[in-house]
Design a protein around this ligand. Structure first.
Ligand code: TRP
Length: 82
């Protein structure tokens, strides 16, 4: 019961995966906190060709990508401008 409540809550919050592929060295993938307080909680640095597969979680509601990269989501593929 506890587990299924947690699962339902995560589905409402969105636990989708997304993929980020760095097209340059020094791409930053920045996770922003869920809830009242919106702040950076993690920065991951990717070099050219590196791929990060991540999820939106109970801790992460938004992601900012800095640098040249391709981002793949269920909504489509988008790339950052140079
Ligand atoms: N500890 C973080 C979390 O569970 C890890 C994480 C998940 C993350 N998705 C992210 C970090 C996206 C940066 C960007 O939420």
């Amino acid at each position: 019961m506890e587990q299924s409540n947690k699962t339902n809550q995560m589905n409402a919050n969105g636990n989708e995966y997304f993929v980020i592929k760095a097209k340059d060295n020094g791409v930053h993938v920045i996770g922003l906190t869920r809830g009242q307080d919106t702040r950076f909680h993690h920065t991951e640095k990717l070099d050219k060709g590196e791929v990060m597969i991540a999820q939106f979680t109970e801790h992460t509601s938004a992601v900012k990508v800095r640098g040249k990269a391709v981002i793949m989501t269920k909504y489509g593929i988008v790339d950052t401008e140079e």
